[in-house]
Structure formats: C-alpha cells, structure tokens
Design a protein around this ligand. Structure first.
Ligand SMILES: O=C(O)CCC(=O)C(=O)O
Length: 267
C-alpha cells in the first residue's frame, strides 16, 4: 500500500543560514570541529546545574563511561531545560547543511566528570556504524560546557583534522587538545572526529550536556519511542518531535501503519 507521508512534508528543512554559519562550516570542514561561544547565559547554566543535581546518581559502569563520571540518560523524559540546547538555531544551521532533511537526534545526555577522573579513551562517535573510513560523517555532536571547560577540569579533548583520517587505530603519539571554553559555549564536531572526555585534575566537577545527531536513515542510539512517554512527546515543540523520530525519511522510512508517525500524536 502507498503510504501518505506528504501531509507533513519535511519537518526539518534547511533554514536560511545565520550570519555565523559560513564561518562555522568552513572551520568544521577544515578542522572537524568548531567552538560556538556564549550560546546560552549563566542563568541557564545555573538552572541546568541545579536540575542536574536532582537527576545525577552513582558513577559510571565501565572505564568508557568513567567510574568517576556521572551520566544522566533519557533527559527528554526528565527535564525541559535542555530543549533549547538540542535545537539551538546555531546548531541546526550546521546540521541543515551536513545532513538530509529530517536528520535525527541520536542521543542526549548530561555528563558530570568528577575530580580524579582519568582521560576517556579517544574515539569517534559514528564508529558504531561500521563503514570504512575515510568517509563523510554519518552524525555530528555538540558538547555544551555547563561549567566552563579549562585545560585541567576534564574539558573534552579533540584531535584537530582527525575527521579526515582513514587509518585505524589512532596513532600512539596523537596530539589531543582540550576545548577550553566559557560556560554556555558548545563544541560542535563531526561524527568522524577523534575525541574523548579529558582527565579531571581539578578539585571541582565538570558538567556538560551532549547532543548527538545522525542522518535520517540511520538507527538512533536511544530508542526515544520507548523512552519518552507519548504525553511528553505531545508537549514537545515540532522540531524536537521530528528530531526524536516523529518524522520520516521520504518516501516512508519511519511510517506507522502506512502513515506519518505524527498522526500518533493526534487526539
Ligand atoms: O564528556 C566529554 O567531554 C566527552 C564524552 C564522550 O565523548 C563520550 O562519552 O562519548
């Protein structure tokens, strides 16, 4: 049977570029990452930190999560304070130009690296899609500094221009640099860029929020359909509904009973 997705068309179509978009994209293509400074204000960072305190529990389950690192998963079901970060216009302007319409949020989480945490193993985020490198990125990520990132408090470290690498594994003498940036800023990087959480050699925690995105035809890391209750999804704005999968990759990937998944949200 022919599905009827046209009623909703593209949920996320390329919006006009922002004044910063051309420079952001040029840096991204050249280096594999770009730091976007001062996107949210201190009051919002403080509110996120306060909300996070309520949600954080325990430590990581393995060295990749970080035994001394706390993570909050499934944030969309737990708080509305991160929505503006997930679909921030500066972020969407880049995603619009990297991926086909209706690209997806793959996962979103808060990451609190506590004092004494060791450096995370370097990795690239779209590595679980097992297609050979070099290649175009299949995803991209943001890591937001809710606490300012310094060179000793566990700032994300990145390997500039490693998005172009084909060889695996990462060379032993790699030069990883910390993304030093004020609270309220974000580093945006391609899914092919090598990076990791830094060692926290300070005496304070480093709180971050990360949003990972993927092409619209890929499986997301989080299963938002099972994670986020239907009532909560109804209350989200359309951009975020689309990002978590209430959208299609035309003509019909993502359909529900031959129709657009947003129909599930109708009364
Ligand atoms: O917390 C960070 O700075 C990076 C974390 C990361 O890359 C990951 O957990 O996959």
């Amino acid at each position: 049977m022919e599905p009827h997705p046209q009623r909703y068309g593209f949920d996320i179509a390329a919006r006009p570029a922002l004044p910063e978009t051309a420079d952001d994209l040029a840096a991204l293509n050249r280096d594999g990452y770009v730091i976007l400074e001062d996107l949210i204000d201190q009051a919002r960072c403080d509110a996120i930190r306060a909300e996070t305190a309520r949600l954080l529990k325990g430590g990581g389950r393995n060295s990749f999560e970080g035994f001394n690192t706390q993570r909050v998963y499934n944030v969309l079901a737990k708080t509305r304070l991160l929505d503006d970060l997930i679909d921030h216009p500066r972020v969407l302007a880049l995603l619009d130009r990297l991926f086909e319409p209706n690209y997806l949020l793959s996962q979103a989480q808060l990451i609190n690296i506590r004092p004494g945490e060791a450096a995370q193993r370097l990795h690239f985020d779209d590595g679980f899609y097992k297609l050979p490198r070099p290649r175009a990125p299949l995803g991209a990520a943001t890591i937001w500094a809710i606490d300012g990132f310094t060179d000793i408090n566990g700032a994300t470290v990145i390997v500039p221009r490693s998005h172009l690498w084909g060889q695996l594994p990462v060379p032993a003498d790699v030069d990883a640099v910390p993304c030093v940036m004020p609270a309220g800023s974000a580093v945006f990087f391609l899914g092919t860029l090598w990076h990791g959480g830094g060692a926290n050699r300070s005496d304070a925690s480093r709180l971050a929020f990360t949003g990972q995105y993927c092409a619209p035809w890929l499986r997301q890391q989080e299963n938002f359909f099972l994670e986020v209750p239907r009532e909560t999804v109804r209350s989200l704005r359309p951009t975020i509904q689309s990002l978590i999968g209430y959208s299609i990759y035309p003509p019909f990937m993502g359909m529900v009973d031959s129709m657009h998944p947003k129909r599930l949200l109708e009364a």
